[in-house]
Write a new protein. Structure first.
Length: 133
């Protein structure tokens, strides 16, 4: 993993293997947290962060106790990370809102229109997350 992390964008051929380490839609609460953290640390250094990694990274930010690399990867994705994170908001527990809002805030002005629109989202947890961001 360290070699892939150091490789930056040259690690892109490892993307399929990295995606398998992130939680899927059906196993979001049953995945190896260390493997997911390792994958996130590599994905954070790919520029741009691949769109297909965003849903798994969004699940990680909700379920991992320590999600620094995940937050960094989502922040690097910028505006593209907003929808996947909001889509996972229904799984949020109270303490995870602050963590999940971090990458949305880090997305900056480019994400502002999406976050303003999310304030009218029919999903209450998505609205709350957008308001915190």
């Amino acid at each position: 993993v360290m070699a892939l992390k150091a490789a930056g964008p040259a690690a892109a051929p490892a993307l399929p293997a990295l995606l398998r380490l992130l939680p899927g839609e059906d196993d979001a609460d049953d995945f190896d947290q260390e493997d997911a953290r390792a994958a996130a640390s590599v994905l954070a250094n790919l520029r741009p962060v691949p769109d297909e990694a965003l849903p798994g990274l969004a699940r990680c930010v909700i379920f991992l106790d320590e999600a620094e690399d995940v937050e960094r990867a989502l922040a690097a994705a910028g505006r593209a990370a907003v929808a996947p994170v909001l889509d996972e908001a229904s799984r949020l527990v109270h303490g995870a809102y602050t963590t999940a809002a971090g990458p949305l805030r880090a997305a900056g002005e480019a994400a502002a229109p999406l976050l303003r629109a999310a304030l009218d989202d029919p999903r209450p947890r998505a609205r709350r997350l957008a308001a915190l961001a």
